[in-house]
Write a protein that binds this ligand. Structure first.
Ligand code: FEO
Length: 182
């Protein structure tokens, strides 16, 4: 596309966020490997899938930049450095990365607003919504993990109890079904 409809500054900022999403994908891949090699297969599966989701985010930025007449530029990304000491530390690391990413998304949305770049402002709404969902998802996991690891208060079994309830067969659908199903 030859007619460029984003500013140079916006093109650079979108490219930076595209690489940030690529970096997130690598971070989750590395954390997934940590989980798998420590025999947490469920967590590894979750993290590998999430890595793919981050790569899809990267691709959305790539497509958008090119569609607006800019050019997506693939740069080098640093190797992930997180070394979780346990599952809680691993989930806390995921949380930290998501909160950082939300801030970057909001900064880009602010920039689109300041430039009155309404197509980019509109494009960013997908990611604002996505970050709400991802923060909710990880926050829920932190709550469940906290419940599962509070041995002193006798709550260790509440986590599996809760999971069992979730999987228990029911004749009728509950009111929360829609929300729980995502
Ligand atoms: Fe691409 Fe987890 O945000």
């Amino acid at each position: 596309m030859s007619d460029k409809r984003i500013s140079d500054a916006m093109e650079n900022a979108l490219n930076a966020q595209m690489m940030q999403e690529a970096e997130q994908a690598q971070v989750y891949l590395a954390l997934g490997i940590w989980a798998e090699t420590h025999n947490y297969d469920g967590l590894a599966d979750f993290l590998y899938k999430h890595s793919t989701e981050e790569r899809n985010h990267m691709f959305k930025f790539l497509e958008y930049i090119n569609q607006r007449g800019g050019e997506a530029k693939i740069e080098a990304i640093p190797a992930p450095t997180d070394k979780p000491k346990d599952v809680t530390d691993c989930i806390d690391t995921v949380w930290k990365h998501e909160v950082q990413n939300s801030k970057a998304i909001y900064a880009l949305t602010d920039m689109a607003l300041a430039e009155k770049d309404w197509p980019t402002f509109n494009f960013m709404q997908y990611f604002v919504k996505e970050q709400i969902e991802e923060e909710n998802l990880i926050s829920d996991l932190r709550d469940k993990l906290s419940l599962a690891t509070k041995e002193k208060t006798g709550n260790a079994n509440l986590y599996s109890f809760d999971r069992d309830l979730n999987n228990a067969p029911q004749d009728s659908e509950i009111a929360l079904q829609k929300t729980l199903g995502g």
